[in-house]
Ligand binder design. Sequence first.
Ligand code: GLU
Length: 690
Amino acid sequence: MKFIKSFILVTFSFFCMITPAFASVPGVDKSMGRGATKGIVSVSHPLAAEAGIKILKQGGNAVDAAAAIQLSLNVVEPMMSGIGGGGFIMIYNKKENKITMIDSREMAPQNVTPELFLDEKGKPIPFSKRHTSGKAVAVPGTLMGVETALEKYGTLDISQVIDPAIKQAEKGVKVNWITAQYIDENVKKLQNNQAAANVFVPNGQPLKEGDTLVQPDLAKTLKLIKKQGSEVFYSGQIGKALTKEVQKREGTMTTEDLENYVVKEREPIRSEYRGYELAGAASPSSGSLTVQQILELMEGFDVQKMGANSPEYLHYLTEAMHLAFADRAAYMADEDFYDVPTKGLLDEDYIKERRKLINPNRSTADVKEGDPWKYEGTEPTSMEKVKEEKTPIGQTTHFSVMDKWGNMVAYTTTIEQVFGSGIMVPDYGFMLNNEMTDFDATPGGVNQVEPRKRPRSSMSPTFVLKDGQPFMAIGSPGGATIISSVSETIMNVIDHHMSIQEAILMPRIYSASYPTVRWEPGIEQNTRLELMAKGHVYEEQPQHIGNVQAVIFDYEHGKMYGGADNTRQGTVLGVDRISYKSKPIEIREEKKGPFTLKVNGAVYPYTANQMKIINGKPYIQSDKLLLGLGVIGTADLKTYKPDKKSYLPVIKVAKSLGYKVEWDEKDKVVLLEKDKTDVEDPDDDGTITN
Ligand code: GLU
């Protein structure tokens, strides 16, 4: 049985009306019962959630549980993360009241140059080709990251948390609807590698929902790790097999590269938002810094009064995103190579200067990076700005954990694209990342390929604290869209006072640059029309954005709550009390109308029943047409009322508003043009991915 997201939201909001959704602590979700007291996990897959809960029940802490969840995810969600990838583990250690970041991001091998992804003519090799080559594979960090986190902040070692994963790989797990969907979408990529095809597309048949996924090679690998720890990977037989496979496919990674891999412990990025403290992943991630810039920009507006997903709120939010993403492109990459002006980018006066650039009435076409160095107090890094390339958005995993002692983990983990490079290490059963393609393909910028450098990430595992007390752990996958998913969900809780589950289900938008906006089902048509009249271009069809998993601590009553996204089988489990599994959703396509209206190249979102062709001429329902063209009040025009609704002649109205109009009667397209100067780059779909 499938539902649409907005339907769930309506039902959910109704439920929340009966049971007040928030107490004085925002985000608290009374609809989930009285809240857990002994620990909680929120994970994108129920079996990985169970692996985590098992460890918490046995007395492990949040870091122990997170390690078990990651190892299990490698088995039950093998297309998203695993020991062939990397990630950022944010840890809040209650005893020391310390927040730290374990950076297990993949590293470039030694033998690479900034021209790695250029062809003989000096042009970037197309993404579809370069992300499946051995060159795309960076030195994995996940296993060493998990081991380091356990050693420094856990109470168990890897051999004590790996059993659920071994069992799942050996006995097999039922393929759920989302894994089946991802296998189906990636059959070709998987069939380029015999080992991967044998596991996911046995005998040429992609595994379907309900089939059993058994992974004996992966079970063997996990057993080796149980006995020998990460050494068997970084300087043993697994590493040898890994580099052999990468080299077979044009990669240069050697066993020395694996031996030289280092996990780094870093200071998180911190700032405040409306009296809450934020702490998130630092460089080489651009994620939390960009999230915090967006939130600081929004702090200058009365977000609460604007209302969740109102046209006004979405306008300011989109503009704030454009400003922050412009800075991201210019200044953020691996700080071990180039200084990032973190202090300047979050400086109150710098933010004020940037905020002033937002025009309340119009989307701004020419958003450029600012000059944060003025506020940084150090010399700028002299690298050019490289135009960002559009590449497909990745989909990996975020999960959040809290234990009974108040320790928290927010862990975003990745192999980059779904199934990473598509390369499986033969006989060892795990997928290899394509994280090298998170570097710019074009040399010259701060994020160019360099030996032993970490590619820029967008992953934004984040903690929110109140008066030094843990309050929320949150994050999402989704490449650059992670940044909008995390910022929007935090505002949904803090400003819009939603319960965490409601905040996660709220439809989201994403826009990295003018003018295109990606949107989820549930952003209302009137809202989109009003925003299009301001110059934003909403994509023709909605798409899912991200997959947020969060936990909330009601610091007034000592209770834990959680929220999980429904674009996968998101699951919240408490050691006591809470058990929630999200339901699958479906995007319904709108029926096409009798003609198309394009304004300055953008297709306007009118539904079939709002459009008519009368005597060979296009008409649109009056209120909708005027909303989309930004006309306030009713124009003095004769309307046509065939069925109680009033319609206006598009051509006449547009002409009266000064548009140049073309009506292609054969193909049924009305073209309106005005303000051409506002359209900076009509081919730019505003998508940035890593
Ligand atoms: N490779 C992406 C990044 O590091 C993550 C992909 C994803 O989580 O969806 O930003």
